[in-house]
Design a protein around this ligand. Structure first.
Ligand SMILES: [Zn+2]
Length: 324
């Protein structure tokens, strides 16, 4: 398909109703997408997994849906990209080792840049440019564990209301929204005025079956709430713990409780636990000498993300606390 005068290599508007596997690619980077085109026109929802290559919940969920989901009476278009960052995914790493650029800091990308910058540019210009709603499925990755949450960038009123409603669909997860941070998929969506949310799963390099069920439940609610599929009755959503912050640093996960030096990290507090400011979170042991540096809580709050990989380099984030 695709008309000769379209600026899109796969023009979603031109696809006939039905299921369409497609590949998006340019100059050595690309990703596979599964597209369902409804018989009725409507909104366009994009979901992707593996923005980071060591996060497996999103890819597993979206593969399952691609295999099983054959919707009747679909309105609009649903696009699923199970693995966005193939270079990082095959390396089993957060970033593609070819350039070691974090895809979640590379947006809006650069058509003439490194592989990851080109990938960001491709995704932004060929897919985000065509959608009305966006969900980026993340997790803590191999080195961390987190208390599953959904979140978004605080936006102007009407988009914010939509984002809040989208996040509420993932009702097994708590909700964290905050100010704009540059470089993310959601920053690119924000610039295009697309209603967009993150969903963050447990991580640890595994796929928690409970997370997977909760993701599927959330996705069903979302498809009904945005009227892609007819809902026989309104969903009974559980009430979420909600946290809105104006502090850009609060939800910036990579900056809290940095490792004071290289060594072996021994955590002493569990993800999900509530701690007081000054409480011991763990110790870091240099390999060359005895003794340890104690890591204490910067603030009181709940541990929403913690490092599980025991080897640490100076500056690696060990723990994130949120006041929930
Ligand atoms: Zn991620």
């Amino acid at each position: 398909m695709g008309s000769s005068n379209s600026k899109f290599s796969v023009d979603l508007k031109q696809l006939p109703p039905g299921f369409h596997p497609r590949r998006f690619s340019v100059r050595g980077v690309g990703f596979a997408a599964f597209i369902w085109q409804g018989a009725q026109p409507g909104p366009v929802l994009l979901l992707n997994g593996a923005t980071h290559g060591d996060e497996y919940e999103g890819p597993t969920l979206l593969r399952q849906w691609a295999e099983d989901w054959r919707p009747k009476n679909l309105r609009g278009t649903v696009v699923m990209v199970p693995v966005l960052n193939e270079g990082a995914f095959y390396a089993g790493l957060r970033a593609n080792p070819a350039d070691d650029v974090n895809l979640a800091r590379a947006f809006p990308g650069d058509a003439r840049g490194s592989v990851t910058q080109r990938l960001a540019h491709l995704f932004d210009n060929q897919l985000l440019a065509q959608v009305t709603h966006y969900v980026d499925l993340h997790s803590a990755g191999r080195a961390y564990e987190l208390l599953p949450w959904t979140g978004f960038i605080t936006h102007e009123k009407s988009i914010n209301r939509t984002q809040r409603a989208m996040a509420a669909c993932f009702d097994a997860f708590w909700c964290w929204d905050g100010p704009f941070l540059p470089g993310r998929t959601l920053s690119a969506a924000h610039a295009r005025n697309i209603a967009a949310i993150y969903v963050e799963c447990r991580g640890t390099g595994a796929v928690d079956p409970c997370d997977l069920r909760n993701l599927s439940r959330g996705l069903r609610h979302l498809l009904a709430a945005l009227e892609f599929i007819p809902a026989r009755h309104p969903a009974k959503l559980r009430t979420q713990i909600q946290r809105t912050t104006k502090d850009a640093d609060e939800a910036h996960l990579q900056i809290h409780h940095p490792a004071p030096h290289n060594g072996l990290f021994v955590p002493t507090a569990k993800v999900g636990a509530r701690v007081r400011r000054g409480q011991v979170l763990g110790t870091v042991h240099a390999l060359e000498n005895l003794g340890a540096t104690i890591v204490r809580a910067e603030r009181s709050g709940r541990i929403v993300m913690g490092r599980i990989q025991r080897s640490v380099r100076k500056g690696d984030a060990l723990c994130t606390l949120a006041p929930i």
